[in-house]
Structures are given as C-alpha cells and as structure tokens.
Design a protein around this ligand. Structure first.
Ligand code: C2O
Ligand code: CU
Length: 531
C-alpha cells in the first residue's frame, strides 16, 4: 500500500501531466478503453513515476478526509401487521469531491434522495410491504437481492414500473438475518440504473443473530459499506459511455456509500462492517495492511463460526460482514489489494492488478469495550440447513461471453422449471477466460465444491452470488421451498451488470409437483423493450 500514494488526486491531474513529477502509480490499464492503449499509458506512467512494474493501479489515490456517509434507516409504519416502507426513485445532484472539482454537482439517481437509498430493516417473521414510486423519466424496477419471496414481488424485469407509476410488493420475511440489498433490474438497463446511483441495503434481523454478540449500533459500530467505482468525465459528470471493457466499466474513483476518501470514527473496540460490492463490474479483495479480521456472515447470514481472514474477495453483488478489532488511537484503512481472478485473460485489464484504499477507520483515544462475537451454530442453522443427500435434480449451466447454455436472455422464454420442495444441484461453469459473478434469485445456496474439491471456508455459508473463476465447475446446492408460480419467473444471471444487460441471464419458474409446465414461451411476458 505504501508505494501507492502520491499528491495527484484525480485522474485528470495525471492526464494534465501533474503525474509526471510524482512517485505514483496511477495508470489507466484496467480502465482499458483499449488494452493496447492501456499498456502504453501504463508504461509511460511507470517510466514517469519510477514505480515498479507490476505495481500499476488504475484507481486514483485520494486523501481520506471526508466523513463516511451513513445511509439513513428507512422509516416504516406497521399498518394492519404489515411493516410498510416507501421508496421513490428520483433524480438529483451529488458532490463527489475530492474526485471532482469543489462545487461540482454530479447528476445522479437515488431512492428518496439524490444518490443511493435508505437502509431498510425488518425482522424475520415480519410481513413487509414497500410502496415504490418511480419519479424517473424511464421505467425501472426494484429487486430485493438475496430475499426469498414470491416471484411477482421479486422486482425483476417482469415487474417494471413506468415513469410516474407505483408498485407495492408485499411478502413475509422468512429467512435468517442477513445483509441484503435492493437495486433496479429493468430489462437491458440494469447497469446504467445501478451506476447512476440506485442501490441500497436491506438488513434482516433475527433472535439468533442478536444473541451473537456482534456490534450492532447502526452507523456507529455496525456500519454499512457500499463499495462502488465510477468514471467521471471532465465536467465531473458520470461517464456512461461503454468503454468496451470486457467486465464492464472499471472506475478510477472508488467510493464507500458515495463518499470518496471516507473515514469513520470508531468508538468501540470492535466494529462490524457490512461490505456490499455494489459495483457494476469490479471485483475487490478487501483487507487491512496491518491486521486480520473476522468474517462473520456472507450473503445469506451468519457463518457456522467467526472465520479469521486476512482478506476476502467480493464480486459484484456479494456481501461480507466482517468484524475488525482496533486499539485506542489507532488508524487503519480498509483496502482492496490485487485480486486473484483465476485464469482470466489479461488480468490487469479486468482490474486484477488494482490496489487502493477504500475507507479509513480512526479509533478514538478511548474505546467502549465490545464483546467477542460468538454463537451456537445450531441456533442459526436449524431449519435452514441444506443436505446434499436430498438433491434429486442436477442442472448444468455453461457461461461463455454473454450466454448461458448457448442462449441470451429472452423475457418470453422460460429456461428451467423447478418443482417446489426439490433440492437441486446446479453445476455452473464459465467456459471462457472471462470473469463472471453468478447470482440466483429466490434462494440462498451452498457452494458444495469447486472442481470437485471443497470450497474455501469463506464460501461455506449461505450464498446467493458467487464469483466464477474461469473454467472451474461450481456445484451449488439449493432448495425451492415455496412460492409456486407457473408464469412469473425468477432470474439467474451474471451480476457483472453489462454482461447481464447484454443477455447473460436466464429465467426459471417453481411449480407444484406434477404440474405439466415445460420450458418455453411465457404467456403475456412483460419486460421493457430493448432499444
Ligand atoms: Cu442483484 Cu438479479 O440481481
Ligand atoms: Cu459475467
């Protein structure tokens, strides 16, 4: 990390030539407007800055002097036993200083505000409803990523909300406590809607997790950290042009909850970070230069026990709850180091060589004691466990550049039909040397094996999204418990959102046993027309 600082604060400084006199390594390789051009820039900058080959990063170094924004907790009202939220998708402007010139207002989209959205929070067993309004000039949708709920409430491309329209999904929270999130899912437009700022967290609570002695003061020692990367044009506006990068756009500005160069004041001995990779394309490897941390939960909730790690890789869509221990007066930084993407072609063009800091943690001179996180595994896992011996169906999914099993997404076609009550194994494989992040709606799955071997421990918990290293077979175990509907499908797709928008998505329905539903055209398929 230490060799990665310099006085240049923005990519534009480098472009203007300020980079020539610095000792820094801000390159443009991974941003890859073209790989060849990137190589040339990298070589030039490396020469100019005297940095070591291989230490190139395309992410700008910034000063960490902005207080981390904490998304507000969404208000809710319990009406007739239903916890009711409201969310409005709208346009606004946001300052991203120091990534943009002071005073610059960047046009963004947000829920109930200019950028990102409030944190929704509900309890296992509770019935919830969300009054969603669309104040944008185009159709959008709101998908509850990681939530187990009926397909008509899922917020995918079949539940789009027209401009000026509203939508009121309602469901019962019926899954363990977890860090979930919400974001638009309109057909072919998901990347742009998320990139403009439409995303938020949805935290679920339950008794088992409350008993686990985890830090739980929202925004104090239990902190949402939505990590996203952006590209700004010279006017300080979000650059929406397709840069042709294979994984999608990799931004040179990385932000946490929309704050560039963020710090958070820590007042307790332990702090829990709910990390969400809300980026459209970039995969991160999070850790600290000077300490390990405990991974306590993955996408779908608590692990069997806290797992001490030095780093955790998160692909787009994945979450990790980590607990970091600090001493009074200390400062450290959550960073993303070089990422092992598996055997991808040209790793640096996929962001694999990028290393940068994300969030500074500043411990106060006196810290309130925090208990050590601990829980009885059975308390959490009872009733939620999956057993591979129960699996009766195996399906295979082969991903290439933009297709799954040779097909691109067609909102009018059902690709897979699952029977309610069945436990299934999905064998998922990327057949090309490109990064993909595989996400399944409706369920939390377990990664049984990777190429026949046990998955790394950090993938042992409940998951809804998993990074696919190229040319390796991931066996995922899942059960379709309820919510049959022969006509409204759930999605499975790559969570690199440009891949998804370009067709790397399929649809499945869950039906009653003995139902004669067969894959094929869907009656009255909705979905916004592609342009
Ligand atoms: Cu996070 Cu189908 O999405
Ligand atoms: Cu992909």
């Amino acid at each position: 990390m230490t060799a990665r600082r310099c006085g240049c604060t923005t990519r534009r400084d480098v472009a203007r030539g300020h980079g020539a006199s610095c000792t820094h390594n801000v390159g443009a390789g991974a941003r890859n407007r073209a790989v060849v051009a990137g190589v040339a820039t990298v070589v030039l900058l490396t020469a100019a800055c005297g940095a070591l080959p291989g230490s190139v990063t395309s992410v700008d170094a910034v000063t960490f002097d902005q207080e981390l924004a904490i998304p507000p907790l969404a208000e809710s009202e319990v009406v007739d036993g239903v916890r009711t939220f409201s969310l409005t998708a709208q346009e606004g402007t946001t300052s991203f200083a120091p990534a943009t010139e002071p005073g610059t207002q960047t046009e963004t989209w947000g829920f109930d505000g200019a950028h990102l959205g409030p944190t929704l929070r509900a309890e296992r067993g509770e019935r919830v409803a969300v009054d969603v309004a669309n104040d944008l000039d185009e159709a959008t949708s709101v998908h509850w990523h990681g939530m187990h709920l009926p397909p008509a409430m899922d917020g995918g491309p079949h539940q789009e909300i027209e401009p000026g329209g509203t939508w009121r999904p309602t469901w019962e929270v019926d899954q363990p406590a977890a860090t979930l999130w919400y974001h638009p899912h309109p057909h072919g437009e998901t990347e742009e809607h998320v990139y403009r700022g439409l995303a938020g967290m949805f935290i679920l609570d339950d008794d088992a997790t409350r008993a686990a002695d985890l830090p739980s003061g929202y925004g104090v020692d239990d902190v949402p950290v939505i990590v996203q990367d952006k590209v700004f044009d010279d006017a300080g506006q979000l650059d929406l042009t397709d840069d042709g990068g294979e994984p999608g756009t990799l931004g040179g500005v990385v932000m946490a909850n929309g704050t560039v160069g963020a710090y958070h004041e820590v007042t307790t001995e332990r702090v829990r970070l709910r990390l969400l990779n809300g980026s459209t394309a970039r995969t991160y490897t999070f850790g600290f230069p000077d300490r390990s941390f405990d991974l306590v939960a993955s996408d779908g909730g608590l692990l069997e026990a806290p797992l001490e790690l030095d780093q955790v890789r998160l692909a787009p869509g994945e979450r990790a709850e980590i607990v970091v221990t600090m001493a009074a007066g200390e400062t450290t930084r959550l960073a993303s180091t070089e990422t092992d993407l598996g055997s991808v072609a040209v790793p640096f063009a996929m962001g694999g060589d990028d290393a940068f800091d994300v969030l500074e943690l500043r411990a106060a001179d006196e810290l309130t004691p925090s208990p050590e996180p601990a829980w009885e595994p059975s308390q959490h896992a009872d009733g939620d466990a999956l057993d591979a011996a129960d699996a009766t169906v195996t399906r295979t999914f082969e991903l290439d550049e933009r297709r799954i099993n040779g097909e691109r997404m067609d909102p009018g076609r059902i690709d897979e039909v699952a029977t309610v009550g069945d436990t299934e194994i999905w064998e998922v494989r990327s057949t090309v040397p490109m990064p993909h992040s595989f996400h399944v709606h409706d369920v939390q799955f377990r990664v049984l094996s990777i190429d026949g071997g046990p998955p790394p421990e950090e993938l042992a918990g409940r998951k809804d999204t998993v990074y696919l290293e190229p040319r390796r077979t991931y066996r995922l175990l899942m059960r379709f418990e309820d919510y049959t509907d022969g006509t409204v499908p759930y999605m499975y797709h790559c969570h690199m959102l440009r891949h998804e928008d370009e067709g790397m998505m399929g649809q499945f329905v869950v039906v009653e046993p003995g139902s004669d539903a067969t894959p094929g055209p869907l009656q009255g398929a909705a979905g916004h027309a592609t342009h």
